[in-house]
Design a protein around this ligand. Structure first.
Ligand code: ZN
Length: 311
């Protein structure tokens, strides 16, 4: 009897705990949360309402990064504020830099937005005219890769594989959770494609240049943006050019963003005939964090765009 008890204890060593996972932004956090399921939940760093490009970790958050078993993040191109905290982790500590993963489909800023790579979206005519993009580093990797649900799809597998490597006892659960999440994502993608079908090719302007992946996937026509992709302050020349296009009636809708004052957007739209749409939230920072945040983020964005363009 004693022998059996000893064996049972030995087979569940104290260190076989579910990994402590830290994530950078809500969409990534949601994917990790779906894969972890009931086993645990990741710690999300980006505070509600904060700007993904410009954020400062609280000391407790920096501590959580240092003590984590796994960090899942987009990469230093998006969140330079996380890079230095990562350096306080022990050598060889696990992390997934999603932009670096070979599974990730990347695009560059200023790259042509094609006809939509969503399976059922086969129309042409959506191209990026590139108004006022003079001062941007065209061709730099656009880090907003979570905007393409095909990337989210691939990341589910990556996350499950890494969690299984760190926690082999729960590998079957991670795999099953990732599979279920992947199936939900296919449904979501089709729903959104249908929602956006009437909006394809209709020119819109956004606040910051974060929507290239989304536009490419669903065949939207992004005319331009007020601020650059890293949400840098907009240049006067770029605003002047954008305003000129808007005055010629070439833009249907312009959208403010959750993290920024809408004054500039209202000012740009005034007297141009472009409608001011609802507030977009390209990083999901106004949402309740958790497994449902990816769906809510993508659907909310699509709905806001469709509502204004069809309005
Ligand atoms: Zn951004």
């Amino acid at each position: 009897m004693r022998y059996i008890i000893t064996l049972a204890i030995a087979s569940t060593p104290a260190f076989a705990e579910v990994p402590k996972v830290v994530t950078d932004i809500p969409p990534v956090d949601a994917l990790v949360a779906q894969v972890m399921g009931d086993l645990g939940q990741p710690e999300l760093l980006l505070t509600k309402g904060a700007d993904e490009h410009d954020f400062q970790l609280r000391p407790s958050q920096a501590g959580a990064v240092a003590g984590s078993d796994l960090v899942v993040w987009i990469g230093p191109e998006l969140t330079p504020w996380l890079e230095s905290a990562m350096q306080n982790r022990p050598e060889g500590a696990a992390s997934i830099g999603l932009l670096d993963a070979e599974e990730t489909m990347l695009r560059g800023y200023g790259e042509d937005v094609g006809a939509g790579d969503h399976d059922e979206a086969g129309q042409d005519g959506a191209g990026q005219d590139g108004a006022g993009q003079d001062d941007r580093a065209d061709g730099d990797t656009d880090p907003h890769a979570w905007m393409n649900p095909d990337n989210a799809q691939r990341w589910l597998g990556l996350i499950a594989a890494e969690l299984s490597r760190l926690d082999p006892e729960n590998a079957a659960t991670y795999a099953a959770n990732a599979l279920a999440a992947s199936e939900r994502l296919v449904t979501l993608d089709n729903e959104i494609a249908a929602m956006l079908a009437p909006v394809q090719g209709k020119p819109i302007v956004t606040f910051h240049d974060a929507y290239g992946y989304f536009a490419a996937h669903y065949g939207l026509k992004l005319y331009g943006s007020i601020a650059l992709g890293d949400a840098a302050s907009p240049g006067a020349l770029r605003l002047k050019e954008l305003r000129k296009t808007m005055e010629s009636g070439g833009v249907l809708c312009i959208f403010p963003e959750a993290q920024y004052d809408s004054a500039l957007v209202l000012q740009m739209a005034e007297g141009t005939g472009a409608r001011v749409g609802g507030t977009l939230d390209p990083v999901g920072s106004t949402l309740e964090a958790g497994p449902g945040a990816y769906d809510a983020f993508l659907k909310g964005m699509a709905q806001t765009i469709a509502d204004c363009v069809q309005g």
